[in-house]
Write a protein that binds this ligand. Sequence first.
Ligand code: FPP
Length: 234
Amino acid sequence: MEDNRIPRHIGFIMDGNGRWAKKRGMPRNYGHTKGADVFKKCIDWCKELGVECATFYAFSTENWNRPKDEISGIMNLLRRYIKDIRKTADNDTRIIVLGDKSRLDKDICDDLIDLEEKSVNNRGFTAGIALNYGGRAEIVRAAQLIANDCVSGKISPEDIDEELVENLLYTSEMPPLDLIIRPSGEKRLSNFLIWQAAYAELVFMDVLWPDFTKKDLQSAIEEFAARNRRFGGI
Ligand code: FPP
């Protein structure tokens, strides 16, 4: 595959963990555990295939409505992941958290801030983890920051343009989003990177996230490469 056919930034909606577990008569958290394994492998697959950046939807603003034990199961997987990457000495991956970390447990929030700070100069790959994330909330946050700057006189309303908004999104230091992959057969964005998705290609797949393989990633990238992206032109 030629390099320009490789998406620079892929968004993953890691869907289908619950159904995967249910099919096996197992609790939903078993599906999330398998899903977290695939998440880790997927970062390696992206690196191997020449993708620069990937953002994973791990926990949405709406996911707080799930049962307490499911939420704590996902949070514990996150704790385990944080521990794992701290052990990896040769890690060249930058971690960026998308979403309001302040609602997460304090130890997780502090560890994520630390991880973001310590990895800021890593250039090998950028992994975005969307946690307590919602696309609408992200845009509202940008609007609030802009309103504050207007009120304080730092900028005037005429200065507001797309670039200004983009610079206030969690993705401001990532390459543009090229592709969103959603497994599990659902065909919607579910409030994931809705601003950034304006010109992203969308690939929906039937495989459930815990069964997602490098082959599935390759086939989504091949579909991306075969599409004719016009960005509103002809
Ligand atoms: C959606 O599937 C999945 C989630 C809401 C959680 C995703 C979280 C992980 C894969 C673990 C993340 C861990 C780390 C370390 C980042 P679903 O539960 O809605 O599945 P269903 O639609 O089949 O019920």
